[in-house]
Design a protein around this ligand. Sequence first.
Ligand code: F0G
Length: 459
Amino acid sequence: MREIIEPFRIKSVEPIRFTTVEERRRILEEAHFNPFLIHADDILIDLLTDSGTSAMSAQQWGAMMVGDESYAGSKSYFRFEQTVQDITGLRHIIPVHQGRAAERLLFSLIGGPDKHIPNNNHFDTTRANIEYSGATADDLVIDEATNLDSTHPFKGNLDDKKLKAYIEEHSPNRIPAIMLTVTNNAGGGQPVSMANIRQVSQIAREFGIPFFLDACRFAENAYFIKLREPGYEHRTPREIAQEMFSYCDGATMSAKKDAFGNIGGFLALNDDSLAERARNLLILTEGFLTYGGLAGRDLEALAVGLEEVLDEHYLEYRLACTRYLGDKMNEAGIAIVQPPGGHAVYLDAKRFYPHIPPHQYPGQRLVVELFAVGGIRSVEIGSVMFGKRDPETGLESPAKNELVRLALPRRVYTQSHVNYVAEVIREAHAHRDAATGFRITKQPQFLRHFTAHFEPLPN
Ligand code: F0G
């Protein structure tokens, strides 16, 4: 097979800033060893997230110039609506400023005390919006997903047996929705198979429960299906995406991922009455029906992005990027979540630093080292983010895994950037024995990872 190349040429570039080791040490001290508190200008390669960080195409920038900024009935909205309807087949398309706004609209209408909402794995904002409504959010992903080394091709699948038992336990009338996140971000960016989407939708239908997709990375999921699921090799990504959506009653979407948007999202629904109530709420907090908190130019850019993301050459390249970085880690004997996900590679910090116990945050050490050694920003997904702290005793129970996510922004970094990232990780690995853990010196009550302060522990 020929080399898979970047399916674009670069027309506009942005400089990245090099710093010295001494500068980076000072920057880390000033940021209290929390990369969220580092100025983006001090980062050489930013792998914090793939959300809102994509490079837009010349076509997208061009479309922005024709954005219609009318308050009501904007032509840009109708273009956006048409594009989303063509891909999803869903009737009502409600624009919002980002994914969590779609979640807030949906769950403030269907959530509430005594309600239960299952998913393969809820993303944090989804869980938070469900819980904020008073409902309970549960994860029913297949057991293989908890084995970091399992190379199951669809580790994002939802377990149908767990789902049936769950429906029996809580009764269908207390389950206002069943969700599937494609790809499963909280579970390592792993895809869900078409067979699983079909099966979950059949179960939902059988019990009269609406079925929703969290569709942030639907195109990456569609391409995984093409690569890995027999019967789909000759289907186009658009056809596969259309089939995925054909099984659902609605979808939430952060267009900051697979629509190449810097901002944006939508809630798509088939239910007329639910859509009407969602639109009334939209007007109350987001904006009028035809802009929902976005500018007309944003809607134009998203409409173009949603077409571009389904290009085969793009998706082939996109999945090759994470696979390439994953292969480099495998060759170096550095443990990652297998197989590499669609948008990110997850390093296993527990095995990187076996001598640092979870309550001394090995993932935080790895995140700090990647910046110290090479100016790379990544994010800890372990006990800093998910460790549960008893507010009375201050004692903490660790997270299940200690991971570090390296999320690749779309169309932003080239192969040599990825080679550099792999080199920096290998260098940190070579010096792993000398690394120590951290102590948290300051933390807020909720979502502490964003603002906590850390202090390195002595050797
Ligand atoms: N659902 C999933 C699966 C996500 O990954 C995200 C965001 C959201 C919903 C919320 O969308 O940020 O537009 O409000 N994920 C980002 C990330 C933040 O870094 O993985 P949003």
